[in-house]
Design a binder for this molecule. Structure first.
Ligand SMILES: CC(=O)N[C@H]1[C@@H](OP(=O)(O)OP(=O)(O)OC[C@H]2O[C@@H](n3ccc(=O)[nH]c3=O)[C@H](O)[C@@H]2O)O[C@H](CO)[C@@H](O)[C@@H]1O[C@H](C)C(=O)N[C@@H](C)C(=O)N[C@H](CCC(=O)O)C(=O)O
Ligand SMILES: Nc1ncnc2c1ncn2[C@@H]1O[C@H](COP(=O)(O)OP(=O)(O)OP(=O)(O)O)[C@@H](O)[C@H]1O
Ligand SMILES: N[C@H](CCC[C@H](N)C(=O)O)C(=O)O
Ligand SMILES: [Mg+2]
Length: 485
């Protein structure tokens, strides 16, 4: 593709060299550069991409897009272009290079602290059940219809993302559902994409290590809605205190969902057990295999999106009743003795409150609730004591253990969690550093009817220790501890 065509959406401040050249790829990471590529130098949180321009040229880049002044000693035969903000330019360049794929399918994005993976995945499963070819971009895995493409991020960088969307278009996908993390919105990873709809789940404490304040975190999420076109839809959660804040400046058509108040899409629980729920959605009964009050909100967001995309409500509910929970999101495993274990990805104080409240509503004080949880290393340390408190307040026993310690000492993370507990809470809490041992201990303690919550890792098939991902799967560990298979 011609360099000038790739740059149509950006405003160059200065150029040096031949603009009439062909480029064969675009890269923002010098390590991925191949001969003929355009390299985009971006200032990051760890380092500055401008420091890798010479590396990119060594690997064969023929053009450079940068924000630093073009210095005197530029290489002959290389084209240099300066723009004000390269972070902003990457998305625009990537959409252009990959043929603007987001305009060739119906793209719906989901943002919020919790529930993104659940909603995006349920929409993907639902649209496949409707008989469409569909793409998914999520924390757990990306999909080009039925082809899995592993995911390293909740929302990939703009180049990877547009390439993925282009592959979806090529494979004939008509719809794509994607998670939009606050990091991604802030870093403009979704810049230049065209969304037909956007969904908001909720906003609670997370990622303050990156955003610093709750207000910054909220505003990052809001930017997604501010950027929508007027023919898009924005579906927000009327039960969340920031639900209306998200959409206050959007040009899109605003719709709301709620389990408690007046809204465009309304739902409530009629019956619930560890097998599923019977719901009333907009006056129609539907039984689902999902568990938990928060999943009613998630399913309402799914329902709202499908209706706004033009599906018949009745048909949406019929398909919804056939769908299964998402990997690692409130998945129940039962022992032969009648102990239930729930695998859930709850890794924030709020998610723990939600999951444990649901479990307690079902158990109704007739059996014990045993929670096994930890907190990730090299992530927001402020949430650790809060997670321990919420677990202790809603469980009969708690075993604090390791999550992904990453580069931290696991015992230090556990100590941070224990520091949140008062004397009364400490009485029901023990700590076991080894997660496998912690799960086994919970299985030994449990009596028939009891429920064990194993929280924090959900779908993750690994435990990350000092940069190495060791195979570890909570489902497998529970089955082994229960003596199943
Ligand atoms: C804090 C953060 O979000 N960092 C992301 C960010 O990197 P950065 O700004 O720190 O980049 P940097 O390392 O300073 O490098 C600057 C530039 O130099 C380039 N570079 C760097 C080294 C080199 O040798 N050559 C080179 O060209 C880099 O490619 C980059 O363009 O941009 C990169 C490219 O998009 C991301 O891969 C990287 O994700 C890091 C690895 C990460 O861990 N991110 C997590 C926190 C994250 O994004 N999480 C969210 C969701 C979390 C959730 O909701 O649960 C996600 O969407 O996954
Ligand atoms: N609507 C919701 N409200 C509150 N908690 C929820 C909701 N949906 C899911 N959860 C809880 O949050 C956990 C994570 O859910 P999910 O993976 O769907 O969220 P996510 O937004 O994709 O998270 P991440 O940002 O880590 O990718 C679940 O395991 C569950 O405990
Ligand atoms: N996307 C989240 C997931 C956290 C999952 C938990 N298991 C942990 O390692 O903290 C993050 O990277 O912060
Ligand atoms: Mg997710």
């Amino acid at each position: 593709m011609k360099l000038t065509d790739v740059l149509v959406k950006v405003q160059p401040l200065e150029t040096k060299g031949n603009m009439d050249i062909e480029i064969t790829g675009v890269q923002m990471d010098s390590r991925k550069v191949k001969k003929g590529d355009l390299f985009i130098a971006v200032k990051g949180t760890q380092t500055d991409g401008h420091a890798f321009i010479s590396k990119a040229l060594e690997l064969g880049a023929v053009a450079v897009l940068q924000s630093n002044e073009l210095s005197a000693e530029l290489l002959e035969g290389v084209t240099y272009v300066r723009v004000a903000d390269t972070e902003d330019a990457v998305g625009k360049v990537a959409t252009q290079f990959f043929g603007d794929p987001s305009r060739k399918l119906q793209l719906v994005g989901v943002t919020g602290t919790n529930g993104k993976t659940t909603i995006a995945t349920v929409l993907y499963n639902m649209y496949r059940a409707f008989g469409h070819k569909v793409g998914l971009c999520s924390t757990v895995c990306n999909y080009i219809d039925d082809q899995a493409v592993s995911a390293d991020h909740t929302t990939p960088d703009p180049i990877t993302l547009n390439e993925l969307l282009a592959r979806m278009v090529e494979a004939g996908c008509e719809y794509a559902f994607m998670e939009c993390s606050s990091h991604a919105i802030q870093q403009k990873r979704i810049g230049g994409l065209h969304f037909v709809g956007a969904l908001f789940t909720n906003l609670t404490r997370d990622h303050l290590d990156y955003h610093k304040t709750f207000e910054n975190y909220r505003d990052a999420k809001k930017m997604f809605f501010d950027g929508l076109d007027k023919d898009a839809f924005a579906i927000t959660n009327a039960d969340d205190r920031n639900g209306m804040v998200m959409v206050q400046n959007t040009k899109a058509t605003i719709k709301t969902y709620s389990t408690r108040t007046v809204a465009d899409f309304k739902g409530r629980i009629l019956e619930e057990s560890l097998e599923g729920m019977l719901l009333d959605i907009d006056g129609r009964e539907v039984s689902v295999r999902f568990i938990g009050r928060f999943n009613v909100s998630n399913l309402l967001a799914v329902y709202g999106a499908a209706v706004m995309l033009g599906q018949e409500p009745q048909e949406v509910l019929r398909v919804m009743s056939t769908l299964h929970p998402v990997n690692g999101r409130f998945e129940a495993i039962r022992s032969k003795e009648g102990v239930s274990a729930i695998v859930d990805y709850a890794h924030t104080p709020d998610a723990l409150i939600n999951v444990l409240t649901t479990i307690n509503e079902i158990v109704k004080g007739k059996a014990s609730v045993i929670t096994v949880c930890g907190a990730g290393g090299n992530r927001d340390a402020g949430k650790r004591p809060l997670m321990a408190q919420e677990a202790a307040n809603r469980s009969d026993r708690v075993i604090i253990t390791s999550d992904n310690p990453r580069f931290e000492d696991p015992q230090v993370i556990i100590n941070d969690m224990l520091a949140g507990l008062d004397a009364e809470q400490k009485k029901k809490v023990i700590s076991i550093v080894d997660r496998r041992e912690a799960i086994r201990a919970a299985a030994m303690m449990a009596q028939p009817g009891d429920v064990i919550l194993v929280a924090g890792k959900g779908h993750e098939p690994y435990q990350e220790i000092k940069g190495v991902k060791h195979h570890f799967d909570d489902h497998e560990e529970i089955r082994a501890a229960f003596g199943l298979e």
